[in-house]
Design a protein around this ligand. Structure first.
Ligand SMILES: [Zn+2]
Length: 443
């Protein structure tokens, strides 16, 4: 199935088909169009009249000849195929004439080009209403009635120009990714989601790549709903201009994107209403909070940068030495996510430092719900040096399983910071010296 076939497979009920109908009548029946006294009436008015009178006989500038009347019958058949009701637009399949449903669409798509299947699989998993999934699929399949695609069907009498930026073809890429307006909206979204440079560079390359910026289950679901809301809002914005001659400002589009995505997440993921204020300024934070309060224990937060502040404490009293370790882990927003403090059997200050580092490292990698890069901060220069040499392969690694694991883990890094930046970790380690048990907790 190629893109054109996909386009032919679908028909629209509602406002879009009314719009297309007028074009079709005008192009297919130019003589009738010239004779019409209703040229400037909207197709909606014409259809309303049709609903009342069930004929188009009254709207001509002169009496029609018999062959013209035959054409009128054809148009009437066309008009009859449009249902006018107050229900929402829906897609019907020309293949079986039934209202669109997932099962039939998957059957139809599976019969054809396999490239639809992969995209579809990803799209139907997005936590948005079915109507929006269908829209995304049409977007991917090149089946949206953009001016470019209508021009392909109807020929050059129909302009493929963007109604907003004259002289530019209104393609899918133009509407959703490349136009200045689309770009400023994506830029707003990137800031709203605090995307880093790598993540930003993925936005707009393709729908697939844009959707896959976050890998974790919850954050990814919230991000995908946001992406869907951007695309849907860009489409409604464009349709608003064409059908209602109204151009929404970027600010109000931004507000609508936040509102729509949140509304969908409320329905599909049980986000609570109280999260909306936070969602508007910090979608990641709202998602994290929802995850904390909710039933989703399987959060995986990839691409995030975490910092562990660690310290070892070593005391020597006469013939007895005692040691302790302590520290904590912060997320990107400098929120505390893990804290530890406890005694240590280390035989030297350096070994106490190493034990603190390894404790933070092991706690971090054992918490399967949080994944990302971890920067372990220590004030022990000797260990930083050892770590760097081992990582570079310039030194043999000490025979210590956890230390070897740390050095081989590309997501972990040990960095130096002077003691004054580690006062909290230092206190935790000092407390650890005197504790009987190790205390640690995920916050
Ligand atoms: Zn444009």
């Amino acid at each position: 199935m190629n893109e054109c076939d996909a386009l032919q497979t679908m028909n629209f009920k509602g406002s879009l088909s009314r719009y297309l109908l007028k074009l079709r009548v005008q192009l297919k029946y130019p003589r009738l169009y010239r004779l019409s006294s209703w040229k400037n009436h909207s197709i909606q008015d014409t259809l309303r009249a049709w609903e009342i009178y069930h004929t188009l006989d009254f709207q001509w500038v002169r009496e029609l000849r018999s062959w013209e009347k035959d054409q009128i019958r054809e148009v009437e058949v066309l008009v009859q195929s449009i249902s006018l009701n107050s229900s929402e637009d829906q897609v019907i399949w020309k293949v079986n004439g039934e209202a669109y449903n997932t099962k039939s669409s998957i059957e139809i798509m599976s019969a054809g080009d396999p490239r639809f299947i992969g995209n579809w699989n990803q799209i139907w998993k997005i936590k948005v209403p079915h109507k929006i999934q269908t829209f995304l699929w049409k977007l991917e399949a090149g089946a949206l009635p953009t001016n470019e695609s209508i021009n392909l069907r109807l020929g050059d009498e129909f302009s493929k120009e963007c109604p907003r930026c004259r002289g530019v073809t209104e393609s899918v890429n133009h509407i959703f990714w490349n136009s200045l307006e689309a770009k400023s909206i994506w830029c707003m979204v990137a800031n709203w989601w605090s995307l880093n440079a790598t993540q930003k560079s993925k936005v707009g390359n393709s729908l697939k790549e844009t959707l896959s910026i976050f890998k974790g289950i919850m954050v990814s679901a919230a991000w995908k709903a946001s992406v869907a809301a951007v695309l849907w809002s860009l489409w409604l914005r464009r349709n608003n201009l064409i059908f209602n001659h109204y151009w929404e400002t970027i600010n109000s589009s931004a507000a609508m994107i936040k509102y729509r995505s949140f509304k969908w997440l409320r329905a599909e993921m049980n986000f609570t209403e109280e999260l909306y204020n936070l969602w508007q300024v910090n979608p990641m934070g709202a998602t994290m909070l929802h995850n904390k309060n909710g039933t989703y224990q399987d959060l995986v937060w990839w691409n995030a940068e975490f910092k562990a502040f660690t310290d070892g404490s070593w005391k020597f009293n006469g013939s007895i030495h005692s040691a302790g370790i302590g520290g904590y882990i912060e997320d990107t927003n400098q929120s505390l996510i893990f804290i530890f403090s406890g005694p240590s059997k280390a035989a030297s200050p350096k070994e106490a430092e190493r034990e603190a580092i390894i404790f933070a490292y092991k706690s971090f990698i054992s918490q399967r719900s949080i994944q990302g890069r971890l920067q372990i901060i220590t004030d022990c220069l000797t260990l930083v040096d050892e770590f760097q040499k081992c990582r570079a392969g310039n030194s043999t690694i000490e025979d210590h399983a956890d230390w070897i694991g740390l050095i081989k883990n590309p997501y972990i890094k040990i960095v130096y910071s002077p003691r004054e930046n580690l006062t909290s970790a230092h206190e935790l380690a000092a407390q650890g010296v005197n504790s009987e048990y190790s205390l640690h907790a995920w916050c």
